[in-house]
Design a protein around this ligand. Structure first.
Ligand code: AHG
Ligand code: MN
Ligand code: MN
Length: 335
């Protein structure tokens, strides 16, 4: 039974057997993400000191080049995942092509694929606002013993075996699912351990928060415009409150705890919206569904979309179930 003073390490061991492919590899994979997150957290926390210790592109006192934080986070996650001999391929927002991982003695024996947005909301770094990391995990579909192929990465979201995010906020949290609910762990920076602070998180079925970049309103499809007007109408528990951080992880996290809807629709400027299917929308959709919420592109379940390319974008509507259903109603009505 999950208890609140449990550490992430204890939780992983205790729940390992409930995972359908319980070989311990997935536990080791989550462990390596936990480790990389600690290292990235440490660096993100120092971001405000950039004028003092040097900005990206500068050379620091040890003669090392300072990196942009999203490049740094990318390297740390790739390094940590590569070292453990569990992952056979990684795709990242920061890499044009997927990375094949194979240590000499392993001969492509690893089974897991990881897709990652190493630093989400990176434009918020300069203004001391929360950022995050998003990850998505699959089992490979091509045979073990051969190099990974693009098709291993282009799997539907419904095939995910784990997904999660780290939010580097007022506290640092790791929130993840392996298909058996969503649990949130808060980092105690003094001792470097994560504690189960949010067991079995569920979206409230209804909420009163809507999150969308309303500056793009004029370019939105009619269905979204109509839904936004619905959110703003004085009736029942409306008008809703508008909250938009501009960091998907943080906006999602707040909405999951308080009840709300996040929207990044397509617009007349970007025909598929902005967010990436494989390492932003699918992992968030898996978490949302595991937390009793919903994720859609306006018409179709996100996790049913057949991916066609690594960096594919899709419109994204995600959050409390009844709110997403209502937004879909408006989308269909204006079709
Ligand atoms: P990233 O920093 O990984 O490029 O992602 C930024 C994304 C997402 O986190 C956020 O919700 C969205 O971009 C904000 O976009 P707008 O500034 O267009 O609203
Ligand atoms: Mn992102
Ligand atoms: Mn990013």
């Amino acid at each position: 039974m999950a208890s609140k003073n449990q550490t992430l390490g204890e939780f992983i061991i205790e729940n390992q057997s409930s995972f359908k492919y319980s070989s311990g590899e997935l536990s080791r994979l989550i462990n390596s993400i936990r480790l990389a997150a600690k290292v990235v957290n440490h660096e993100v926390n120092k971001a405000g000191l950039v004028d003092i210790i040097g900005a990206a592109g500068d050379t620091n006192i040890q003669g090392e080049n300072q990196q942009k934080l999203d490049v740094y986070a990318n390297e740390k996650f790739i390094q940590t995942l590569t070292n453990r001999n569990i992952v056979c391929g990684i795709a990242s927002e920061e890499e044009e092509n997927f990375i094949t991982i194979n240590s000499q003695d392993e001969n492509h024996q690893n089974k897991y694929i990881v897709l990652i947005d190493p630093l989400d909301g990176s434009s918020n770094i300069d203004v001391n606002v929360s950022v995050g990391t998003i990850f998505s995990v699959y089992r490979r579909v091509t045979p073990v013993g051969t190099p990974v192929q693009l098709e291993d990465f282009l799997q539907k979201g419904s095939q995910q075996v784990a997904a999660g995010y780290i939010v580097y906020g007022t506290s640092t949290m790791l929130v993840y699912t392996t298909g058996d609910g969503v649990n949130g762990f808060t980092l105690n920076p003094a001792i470097g351990s994560y504690y189960l602070s949010h067991p079995n998180i569920k979206f409230p079925e209804n909420g009163t928060i809507y999150s969308v970049n309303e500056g793009n309103y004029i370019h939105f499809p009619q269905g979204i415009k109509n839904y936004i007007k619905y959110c703003q109408k004085e009736e029942g528990n409306r008008p809703y409150t508008s909250r938009y951080i501009g960091s998907l992880v943080s906006d999602f996290h707040r909405n999951m705890i308080k009840g709300g809807i996040y929207m990044y629709p397509k617009s007349s400027k970007s025909s598929n919206g902005k967010l990436r299917l494989l390492y932003e929308c699918n992992p968030m959709a898996f978490l949302a569904e595991q937390a009793n919420g919903k994720a859609s592109d306006g018409f179709t379940r996100i996790m049913d979309i057949e991916p066609t390319e690594l960096h594919q974008r899709v419109p994204f509507i995600c959050g409390s179930k009844n709110m997403v259903n209502k937004a879909e109603e408006f989308m269909f009505a204006a079709k």
